[in-house]
Design a protein around this ligand. Structure first.
Ligand code: NAP
Ligand code: ZN
Length: 352
């Protein structure tokens, strides 16, 4: 076991601050990674502030971060796919049982024994897992991903959550040429959803509450932008969408969105506001529409996404910060003041 510098919160109201955490000594199947960048996901804030306590209560101290990229510094004797010096990534999961039906289908995110990268049960050291706002991490080879050589590291980090979380439902719902897709909410997930849906060949609309994001939405690849609080504008597009990907992080009215869907259209929730949604039965009954959810993506699909992004030259639009700015970044993220993902340069944690 080694102690590692990290940023942690010790309660739901405490700011993140420098902390020391243990990392296990690498086992034969482990890869040790020096973390170079880590993206800031809105989920980090939900968990740090214990906003999901009804479903996933937070254990303190919490070290968030699940958009990790870095360099391999050590491999165990049984590691086959990685070598010291490789550019690698770790996303939202660090373990699963590997034997259940979900794991056998490559859907580790649904394994009953999945271990998330932070706030998950740590079978090795006890307590909970600690995430990427730290100098290094030790992860079983099965949960390490390879980064395409052409992707710039800071912009690649958000692919590990914002990227896969939008890619997986787009693929699951067969989004491609001839499909009209609405991306609801232009934040970290939403801006990746726009880039990916466009690269998959769909006709892409952004539904945003922020008029000031219109020009960015078009630059990111949207064909059109609708203001989601403009009922008259939405009414003009009733029944025209095959698929809506809802990335909104706060309470909002999905009933205003459902009429946009055509018959058998689907709205997939990836945004995870803490409170339950109220859904009008008629929004679903008329048009046999459906609402569903989607949870990140499996390991094989995450590698597929990274390779897709390598082929298409896709990365996130990031604002790189030092870890000392993380609390300010959280406040700005809550105000929607980020274009479009904060990414921590972990060299700032090593600087003494
Ligand atoms: P984010 O960068 O803060 O983006 C959220 C966007 O939602 C904002 O940019 C804003 O877009 C919109 N929004 C915020 N408040 C709103 C309100 N009151 N009404 C309507 N729209 C509002 O967050 P993120 O990192 O993309 O994460 C989004 C959500 O996805 C979070 O809840 C996060 O926990 C969840 N998540 C889920 C998964 C999964 O596996 N399902 C994975 C990662 C994250 P506009 O300004 O364009 O309206
Ligand atoms: Zn995330």
């Amino acid at each position: 076991m080694q102690m590692t510098r990290a940023y942690a919160a010790t309660s739901a109201t405490a700011p993140l601050a420098l902390h020391e955490i243990p990392r296990r000594a690498p086992r034969a199947s482990d890869v040790e990674i020096e973390i170079l960048y880590c993206g800031i996901c809105h989920s980090d804030i939900h968990v740090v502030r214990d906003e999901w306590k009804a479903t996933l209560p937070t254990v303190y101290p919490i070290v968030p971060g699940h958009e990790i990229v870095g360099r391999v510094t050590h491999v165990g004797a049984a590691v086959k796919t990685y070598a010291v010096g490789d550019r690698v990534a770790v996303g939202c999961m660090v373990d699963s049982d590997g034997t259940c039906g979900e794991c056998r289908e490559g859907l580790e995110q649904f394994c009953p024994n999945v271990v998330f990268t932070f706030n998950g049960p740590d079978a090795h050291l006890g307590g909970v897992t600690y995430g990427g706002y730290s100098e290094r991490i030790v992860v079983d080879e099965r949960f390490v991903l390879r980064l395409p050589a052409n992707l710039e590291l800071a912009g690649a980090a958000p692919l590990l959550c914002a990227g896969i979380t939008t890619y997986s439902p787009l693929r699951h719902h067969g989004i491609g040429p001839g499909k009209r897709v609405g991306i609801v909410g232009l934040g970290g997930l939403g801006h990746m959803g726009v880039k990916l849906a466009r690269a998959l060949g769909a006709e892409v609309y952004v539904l945003t509450t922020s008029e000031r994001k219109r020009a960015d939405a078009l630059r990111l690849g949207a064909h059109e932008v609708l203001l989601s609080r403009d009922a008259a504008a939405l009414a003009q597009h009733a029944g025209r969408f095959d698929f809506l990907l809802d990335t909104v992080s706060a309470d909002h009215d999905v009933n205003a969105l459902l009429p946009l869907l055509r018959r058998d259209g689907n709205l997939t929730l990836v945004g995870a506001p803490p409170n339950p949604l109220a859904v009008s039965s008629f929004g679903l009954i008329f048009g046999r529409r459906s609402i569903s959810g989607s949870n990140i993506g499996g390991i094989a699909e995450t590698q597929e996404l990274l390779d897709f992004c390598g082929t298409h030259g896709i990365t996130a639009d990031v604002e790189v910060i030092g870890i000392q700015q993380v609390n300010e970044a959280y406040e700005r993220l809550l105000r929607g003041d980020v274009r479009y993902r904060f990414c921590i340069d972990m060299a700032s944690l090593r600087a003494r």
